[in-house]
Design a protein around this ligand. Structure first.
Ligand SMILES: Cc1ncc(COP(=O)(O)O)c(C=O)c1O
Length: 466
């Protein structure tokens, strides 16, 4: 067991290892020029790089290591399970004991009545599978035209072909010539951007619902199969919808026989301090997709939860065809599911949830004062899911600064201050490991404050004539 990493003592420049050609990377062009930092290990809320510098991890990996890094208990569960069963498929004539138990755990924690979980390996596969379930059941119900999906205009569902197709971000489509199939987009329920002067939450909700209904009618409800949404948008730069929006949306969708799929991949288990974002916004979706925190980031895992009615329809359809031909070699992998079960157990039984509730309020109290800062446009949070919108840099002599430049500068500065943050364009996002202490949150926020000071000073200097 390595000595416990301390994140407190960090000071210094983050330099990078030069030109790595050994592993493909999403920003290969950048690495060729600037090199890349190599991480050697993590523990708790800390990350250690190849120069033995430690950083505090304010986004729990990629919104996934809720249990904290390098937890001996979870590692031991994976080891013990692997020594009993290293692989057992969950296809055709068999399943495995390890997969059955987290499936039950998920059903117990879910916000409404759900059938057994369908295991996949990641969030993109979970969303792909949910889409195939919609197509399958509408074919089975004799409604083959009812296949279009409605999503928000900031939707982010990630990397497989279908999930990328459903994503609304141009850079996710551009290189690949996506979309391959049309997706119906409606405005994200983001009151900050959409509220008209003097409009109340209720009026805003009604206006959005009318707009969504008109869109559905224009498409023809008989061609619309599902609405896929993050109830609390994480990757969509932490959007907390006005209270009541999703309940109204669900009522509308039921009127037109359109399934509601809640993507809980970022917000499940739950930064928002409930089991799910669906619970936070008071809805009972027809399907829920989960991943990331399900195995606490330790091993690949994801799942689709579906209502018993959907399960029955799919079971009938697979009876006709002979199989529901969808699944992967590692679906329901014994070690991956054992870790998921251990995580679910710790999450609910051992109090991670109540911890997130209590410390989420502390994180909010620490971040809220930045709303007054000259470089900050907005601060918002729910539980451990928090966002700070930076004011984009003013137009410079060379023209307006591209969106995302302020975010990139802050993240770079924060790294040099010893905190790993992430930016979604100019929004800085926080989702600390659920095991964070008050002290850890103080360290994260204090270092963020230093980085904010750095970019603010840079701005002032840029504007000051020589
Ligand atoms: C909201 C949302 N859905 C789906 C995904 C895809 O998850 P994965 O990266 O596990 O495929 C992500 C990943 O960031 C996400 O944020």
């Amino acid at each position: 067991m390595p000595a416990r990493l301390q994140c407190d003592g960090y000071i210094g420049e983050t330099t990078v290892l030069t030109k790595s050609n050994t592993l493909y990377h999403d920003v290969a062009h950048h690495i060729r020029k600037n090199g890349i930092n190599v991480i050697l290990g993590e523990e708790g809320v800390c990350v250690r790089d190849y120069k033995e510098r430690t950083y505090i991890d304010a986004l729990s990996g990629m919104w996934c290591v809720g249990r904290g890094h390098n937890d001996g208990g979870l590692i031991e569960v994976a080891r013990a399970q692997s020594s009993t069963s290293s692989h057992c498929r969950i296809f055709s004539d068999r399943t495995n004991h390890s997969a059955v138990r987290p499936s039950i755990g998920l059903i117990e924690l879910a916000p409404s009545s759900f059938a057994p979980a369908f295991f996949v390996n990641c969030g993109s596969e979970a969303n792909d599978t949910a889409l195939k379930l919609v197509w399958c059941i509408n074919n089975a119900r004799g409604k083959p035209a009812k296949k279009k999906v409605v999503t928000f205009d900031n939707a982010y569902y990630r990397s497989t072909v279908d999930a990328a197709n459903l994503t609304a971000l141009p850079h996710v489509h551009q290189a690949f010539g996506l979309p391959l199939f049309p997706v119906v987009r409606v405005p994200t329920p983001d009151a900050r951007r959409l509220r008209r002067p003097g409009e109340t939450d209720q009026q805003l909700i009604e206006r959005l619902i009318v707009q969504i209904e008109e869109t559905i009618l224009a498409e023809d409800p008989e061609t619309v199969g599902a609405f896929l949404a993050e109830p609390i948008a994480g990757a969509g730069s932490v959007v907390i919808p006005p209270d009541g929006f999703f309940r109204r949306l669900q009522t509308l969708l039921r009127r037109y026989d359109i399934l509601l799929i809640a993507d809980e991949i970022t917000a499940g288990f739950d930064p928002s301090s409930q089991m799910s974002g669906s619970e936070s916004v008071g809805i009972a979706p027809d399907m829920i997709t989960v991943a990331k925190n399900l195995p606490s980031g330790y091993l690949p895992n994801g799942a689709v939860l579906m209502t018993p009615a959907i399960y029955e329809t799919v079971a009938l359809a697979s009876g006709t065809i002979g199989i529901f031909a969808c699944g992967m070699t590692y679906s329901g992998h014994p070690a991956h599911c054992a870790v998921a079960l251990a995580y679910l157990d710790r999450y609910s039984v051992r109090g991670l949830r109540s911890r997130v509730r209590a410390l989420g309020a502390y994180l909010r109290d620490r971040l809220q004062p930045f709303a007054e800062h000259a470089s900050v446009a907005d601060v918002r949070s729910i539980g451990f899911l928090a966002a700070v919108d930076l004011v984009p840099e003013e137009a410079a002599a060379t023209g307006p600064e591209p969106t995302g430049a302020a975010g990139r500068r802050l993240v770079a500065s924060a790294l040099n201050r010893g905190v790993m943050l992430s930016a979604l364009r100019d929004t800085i996002v926080f989702c600390p490991p659920f095991v964070s202490t008050r002290h850890d949150i103080d360290v994260m926020v204090d270092r963020f404050a230093l980085a904010l000071g750095d970019i603010t000073l840079e701005r002032v200097l840029r504007r000051t004539p020589d």
